[in-house]
Design a protein around this ligand. Sequence first.
Ligand SMILES: *Cc1c(COP(=O)(O)O)cnc(C)c1O
Length: 392
Amino acid sequence: MTDEYRRDTRLVRAGLERSQFQETSEAMFLNSGYVYDSAEEAAAAFAGEADRFVYSRYGNPTVSMLQTRLAALEGAEACLATGTGMAGVFAALACQLDKGDRVVASRALFGACYAILNDILPRWGVTTEFVDGTDLDQWRAALATPAKLVFFESPSNPMLDLVDIPAVAEMAHAAGALVVIDNVFATPIAQKPLELGADIVIYSATKHIDGQGRVLGGAVLADEEFIKERMLKFYRQTGPTISPFNAWVLLKSLETLALRVDRQAASAASLAGWLESRPDIAGLRYPGLPSHPQHELAKRQMSNGGTLLSFTLAGGKDEAFRVLNALRLIDISNNLGDSKTLACHPGSTTHSSISAEERAGMGIADGSIRLSVGLEDLEDLKADLDQALGRG
Ligand SMILES: *Cc1c(COP(=O)(O)O)cnc(C)c1O
């Protein structure tokens, strides 16, 4: 399946395993356990001699179909689906880090990822050195010392800074480190980290992969050796497993992922260009626009500019709040990747727990608004932003 067909065919069909009832759509196996024909069969399953399901914390047919489809989409050898994106991040890191290990990470991370590296792992003797992910000199300096892992997000939340994936992967590998990337903002449609040199790719499937505000989910994709030899044991014992119901929803979501992301990215590009030319916008970040400081890099490693953009209003927080409150169609929400267009003020929501100084260091101003562009008619989105911005 994986090698024979192209991406859009894989999104609809990869992993499908029909039961004896020959159902068209993937079946939902909402079972926790499995039965055996004999005590010998149970013993063989536990001895690892029989390839079969034994308990849904370890594996389930619907979850397995999702994992196969995600791996086929990503071009990865193997995948483990998790209950949330954060369960995936934590399991992928914790399954391979030992006391005394060193991680090098980009500072511009999703808040909970930052907390794992900055608060939780240090309690177990794992240290992280944070760098400015856009600055190759900082990566080079940090990776002059051996490290176990490199972790980053590209584009980053919310200012859409990029990390040069091939360049950082080369330095990481020379330092003995595996490269772990949180590819949520780019989506598996716009960026292929494994082809660019990364080793482990993580998704919050809650975002674009579901993309319709329904379920939480996550995924970790890598080679067989990492998934089967390293992560699976940790996963079985600690239980970050996804519910088969959520896996089924995500299987259906994948069928339309490319359609949705392509349309959302096209709308985001159009809105970004239109917003940038308005006099009330003090600054705008969108990797697909030539004004983005890393636009050339975006063109090299992404196939579109993504579905998110950030803009800054000169009037600071008061003006940002006024504009958000004036929106009629676009919702105020910290979620992203949804078919509904969502706007948020990172300074008082997603990034409120970090200091004003750190926010400024990440380029987040008091007047910054992050926009996750959905599937509504572009003209309706423009009209809504126009009336909200215009009422000064
Ligand atoms: C949402 C998000 C996560 C966490 O995913 P959950 O499914 O909410 O646990 C991690 N990284 C990024 C970049 C995200 O946007």
